[in-house]
Structures are given as C-alpha cells and as structure tokens.
Design a protein. Structure first.
Ligand code: SF4
Length: 336
C-alpha cells in the first residue's frame, strides 16, 4: 500500500533538538506537508466523526519523556512507544476508547533516549532476558518511513545480549528491515484476518495479500515470525474464509521451517466502545448485539461482551485445528 502522508504536521520545537526530528521535518516539507511549530495540536472538526477523520491525518513530532515502562502481559515484559495512534481506521480498534476524541499520531523523535530507557530496564532484569513490545499503542510500521526509528531499534536489539523486541503490524512497508543484522532478537507478528474482516472493518491498512507478502519477506530475512488472528468473528461463511486464510498462509510460507506462533483473540467490545464506534462509523457492519454475547470481566476494570462459551469453544477448536493441520511447527500462545 502507499505510504501514509499526513495532511498536516505539528512540530514540538523541542523535537528539532534531535537529528531524527530535523530529518523528519525536512522529509515532510519535501512532500509539501504543511508544518506548524507548536506545543499543541489543534483539530476543530464540526462533529466527532470529523474530528476522528482529521486526527487520523495529523501527526505531532515530539519527544517521549517516559522513564518507567509499563508491563505488557501476556505479550512481553514491558511496552514502549515510538509513536502513538496510527493512520488505520479499524472500526473495532482497541485504542478507540483510550485515545480520546482526536486520536492524532504522536511520532517520537528522541530514539536514543528511548533506547537508553530500554537498556535501563534490561540492566535491572539481568541476568534474565527482557522482552519489549513496540505495538501496544500504535502500529510501529505504519509511521516508520517518517523516522526510521524501528530500524534503529531492531539494530539495537540485534546487538543486545539480553533484550528482545516484539513488533506487531497491519502494514507492509518492511523493506528497510530486510538487511539488518537482527540476530533473531526481533520477532515480527503480523495481524491478519479474513478478507471479509479486513475489507469491511480495517480501513487504511494493508490488504490481506500485502500483509501475507510482507510476512513472507520478513520470514525470508530470517526473523522469527508469528501471527495474531484478531478479532476472530463469526459471520456467514466464517469457517471457509478462515480456512482460506490459513491455507494461503501455508502456501506463502512453505519455505519457512522455523516455529511460527499464533495469538488468537475473539471479537469483543465494551459498552463504551460500542457507543464510540457507532458515532465514528454509523454504518458499521460490526456485530455488537449484546443479546448474543456473554459478559466477561476484563483486566482494565470493564465488562466486555464476548461470544458465549459454546461459540468461543467452537472458534478456539476450529482455528486451532486449522493451524495445526497447516503448520507442523505452530505454537498457539493463547486464545482469549
Ligand atoms: S492498525 Fe492497529 S492500532 Fe491502527 S487502527 Fe487498526 S487496530 Fe488500531
């Protein structure tokens, strides 16, 4: 897919103290993106859906001052951010309810300071290995062309004895990662789904074919790889589409003989998310009928609606069988 180009870039003057900030600003100017030096971002849409659409075309080059990283179970020991939000418009996005009415993208430029914070966390945990998730509040590949920060991270972790990086993405611009000496210390996971889910709910992200082609490139470059199949949805024809997904993956990865991990997440929503999704995507086809779901207490202090037990058991069994029948070295890390 085409690289994301924002409509406007706000630039925190502090970010120009860093090489990455200066280079990113020059890059944006070359693309004729209007830039505004400012300590705050202004988005004044006429309604919430306009604010959302505008925010998803707005970036803010700034500095990440976080010194203490948050834990990130079950995916990794800690999470860190090279950016926040992303250009995707996934209707069910789990960030919908956490990033406010105007989820513009912060792009952090102080990469060496971010890496120092990571190093401090690695040092504190010696002699153990410490793992870091880069995609908890963003898609780290969607904005990579603006800074090259993820490439720098992969190089850093490639040299690290005890640090390991985890990347998750719905995007496909992976070419800049193919020649890095990564020493298999970075694991790429691609978020994939059926064509129905991608085409109906994951707007402005890479297509089914593009993601699978990107995963093939990354596999050929020798990285450990995995897939997150999420959100798994039940709809007319879901079984045959998930079967097609797994068999297509198998055919594209036939030369990859290492372990492939799978993380499986069934579709869920909270009452707050439903309200917000209906404001932002009034014509959504997302199934958010509470009557056909069951309530589950979530770790973030909110009830969420998941499929009832017999349905979720059916999903788990069906997808697990599909994975094992297509991949000899598959490891299913969790189903939730
Ligand atoms: S790509 Fe990921 S972070 Fe971006 S909108 Fe979609 S689900 Fe959310």
């Amino acid at each position: 897919m085409k690289l994301f180009i924002p409509d406007i870039a706000y630039i925190n003057p502090k970010s120009l103290n860093y090489n990455v900030g200066k280079t990113a600003k020059e890059y944006l100017e070359k693309l004729h993106v209007p830039t505004i030096d400012s300590r705050k971002v202004e988005i004044n849409g006429a309604c919430p859906s306009e604010n959302y659409a505008k925010a998803k075309k707005t970036i803010y080059l700034t500095v990440n001052a976080q010194k203490k990283l948050r834990p990130c179970k079950p995916s990794a020991d800690y999470q860190f951010a090279l950016s926040s939000s992303c250009p995707g418009h996934c209707e069910y996005c789990y960030l919908q309810t956490t990033q406010g009415e105007k989820p513009f993208m912060k792009v952090f430029v102080n990469i060496e300071e971010i890496l120092q914070v990571i190093q401090n966390h690695i040092d504190k945990n010696l002699p153990n290995i410490t793992t870091f998730e880069s995609g908890s509040i963003t898609d780290p590949i969607a904005l990579e062309h603006l800074t090259g920060n993820l490439k720098r991270c992969i190089e850093f972790f490639g040299k690290s004895q005890k640090g390991r990086l985890r990347v998750i993405t719905k995007y496909n611009n992976v070419d800049s990662f193919l020649d890095i000496h990564h020493h298999q210390h970075t694991k790429f996971r691609f978020s994939i789904n059926t064509k129905y889910v991608i085409n109906n709910f994951e707007h402005h992200t890479a297509s089914f074919e593009e993601r699978i082609a990107a995963s093939r490139k990354i596999a050929q470059a020798g990285y450990p790889i995995g897939f997150i199949i999420a959100p798994i949805m039940i709809y007319d024809g879901w079984k045959s589409e998930y079967e097609e997904l797994l068999s297509h993956l198998k055919s594209q990865l036939k030369d990859y003989h290492e372990e492939i991990t799978f993380e499986l997440i069934q579709h869920r929503f909270t009452a707050t998310a439903k309200e917000l999704i209906l404001t932002r995507f009034p014509k959504t086809k997302l199934d958010m009928n509470e009557e056909t779901r069951q309530l589950k207490w979530g770790p973030y202090g909110k009830f969420k609606y998941v499929y009832p037990k017999e349905k979720s058991t059916e999903i788990k069994k069906y997808i697990t069988e599909l994975i094992h029948s297509n991949f000899e070295k598959a490891l299913i890390e969790y189903f939730t």
